[in-house]
Design a protein around this ligand. Structure first.
Ligand code: PHE
Length: 341
């Protein structure tokens, strides 16, 4: 018995199968009906009772070793075979890998910034936690101005002359830019804004805006109109038209709401544009001279325009997304439908 065991151990050590059939051959040779190990277990019946324990342990250990060797060699060879098969047929479709996708708001934001970058606008950013001065007073909102109520503000600290709050629009970055830069100024200011509104399909307490500001000598309303038209055509297609309706913002004069011709029906009227043929995309106007002066810019020398749009809204119009809440639910089934085109 000792001799056979040594022989098996030797074989096990030198066992380097190159094919699966060699592994099978080895298995039969050891564990098959007439295999070496099988026979050893038969011989074990004749072992003296007092030696049974020692020999039994030895045989069991040997069996486990052989079984393990068979298993690992088999697995290794199978894996090798699979690898070879994968490069055998190079026309085989690749296995699916789940690639992430950009959030629709990020996609549209990036496109907006790209369009304005091509017109020479730089990017400016400012803090989300702001003070009253940058969000309201430097923008001509009088202390009791009803527009302050219109923008339901999240206040953080009101026990001061200049309350701390979450910015309700990115127009605060206009102010910060005018305070620190010398004209000509041409910036777009992307960012998150906050309003204390009940969340619904059409309103959310957090959303994104892009503000635009251009200040130079002789900037006119015609320049503003042309820049908006260019933007609308790049964003909604070359046949897009724009319409400006008189409006009011404390910091611009004159002010306008800007509509773009409905990209679904081409202006014929449909349920997206509520049969008007137009979709509202932004607010805009000529920067009020008193706003320029409040930030230290000589309004006799310089003039400028500003505009502001909601990024979620542009994405909704572009892709006919019906519910604002979808942007924040992070359902992959929704998110993975959007691509950079
Ligand atoms: N800040 C305005 C808003 O939040 C939009 C706007 C920006 C209007 C710049 C005119 C000029 O509604």
């Amino acid at each position: 018995m000792r001799k056979t065991i040594d022989h098996i151990l030797q074989q096990l050590e030198g066992f380097r199968p190159g094919t699966l059939s060699q592994v099978e051959e080895f298995r039969v040779q050891m564990l098959g009906k007439k295999g070496m190990l099988t026979r050893l277990f038969e011989d074990f019946k004749n072992v003296e009772p007092e030696q049974k324990r020692e020999w039994g342990q030895l045989l069991n250990q040997l069996k486990t070793k052989v079984q393990e060797a068979v298993k690992t060699h088999k697995a290794q060879l199978e894996q090798k075979q699979e690898g070879a098969a994968a490069t055998d047929d190079l026309t085989k479709p690749a296995s699916f890998t789940h690639a992430g996708s950009r959030h629709p708001v990020s996609l549209v934001l990036r496109e907006i910034l790209d369009i304005y970058a091509s017109m020479g606008f730089a990017i400016a950013e400012g803090p989300e936690i702001e003070d009253d001065r940058h969000v309201f007073s430097a923008l001509n909102f009088a202390p009791d101005h009803p527009a302050r109520d219109m923008q339901d503000t999240f206040f953080i600290n009101t026990n001061t002359d200049n309350p701390i709050l979450l910015r309700t629009h990115t127009s605060s970055v206009q102010v910060r830019t005018m305070e620190t830069k010398i004209p000509p100024i041409r910036v777009v200011c992307p960012g998150r804004v906050f309003r204390n509104e009940a969340i619904s399909a059409r309103a959310h307490c957090i959303f994104h805006q892009v503000e635009g500001l251009y200040i130079d000598k002789n900037v006119s309303f015609a320049d503003l109109k042309q820049a908006i038209l260019l933007f609308a055509r790049r964003m909604f297609g070359s046949s897009a038209r724009i319409r400006l309706r008189p409006s009011y913002f404390p910091f611009t004069e004159p002010s306008a709401e800007v509509d773009v011709s409905c990209n679904i029906c081409g202006g014929q009227g449909c349920n997206v544009c509520k049969n008007t043929g137009w979709l509202e995309i932004m607010g805009a106007g000529m920067v009020d001279p008193s706003v320029l002066e409040a930030s230290g810019i000589d309004s006799q020398k310089y003039s400028g325009y500003a505009f502001g749009m909601g990024v979620e809204r542009i994405a909704m119009l572009k892709w006919q997304i019906k519910d604002l809440r979808l942007y924040f639910e992070n359902d992959v089934k929704f998110l993975e439908q959007f691509f950079l085109w």
